[in-house]
Design a protein around this ligand. Sequence first.
Ligand code: GAR
Length: 216
Amino acid sequence: MSRKLKLGVLISGRGSNLQSLIDATQDDSFPAEIVMVISNVPDVAGLDRSAKANIPTTVINHQDFDDREPFEDVLHDALSEAGVKLVCLAGFMRILTDGFVSRWLDKMINIHPSLLPSFKGLHTHERAIEAGVRFSGCTIHFVRPEMDDGPIIAQATVPIRQDDTPDALAARVLVEEHKIYPLAVRMIAEGRISITGSQVTIKGAVNPDSAVINPA
Ligand code: GAR
């Protein structure tokens, strides 16, 4: 039996972060495998990616439910039955209730396209440019009941350019998202991560020495 950490990936759309995980898991030495992909939206591009990779894939359409809880019960059962040990939210655009979050406490991570705790929520790139900050980026964090909140595992920074547009910035941030998601999953799967309050400690973490100054 495989000793790899079993991942369940939740998506709502394009699935490029899902793809970065699929690509990572195709390396035999990667310590995790995707056992289930679930979309809450039918017919999205991410579903084609998982089908192509022969990963069990299902749609649980939230619109088929009157309330969040029954939707989440079905979600929970599908993940549990597949043997999922770590839930990866990858562009999953549905707010989860406290009940669901506590059922997967410390076993569910999310990617967000900003340097949290700045710019929680939507339209992060527009808002970062509008605010005049010199850096944006992306964050992988454990999920807590408050939206886009929780102990941070990894971040990547991306300098904002003088003439930046939200689309151009989003594209540059996305390149980094695709690096830090597999990195975070690997560190969890290797058992190197512990959580104390809002802080994550990573065994053997190497931190860069140098600062980046923008403008250079
Ligand atoms: C990604 O940029 C991800 O960070 C963001 O949605 C996009 C999904 O792209 N997630 C959020 O905004 C969650 N708060 P993808 O479907 O190509 O992975």
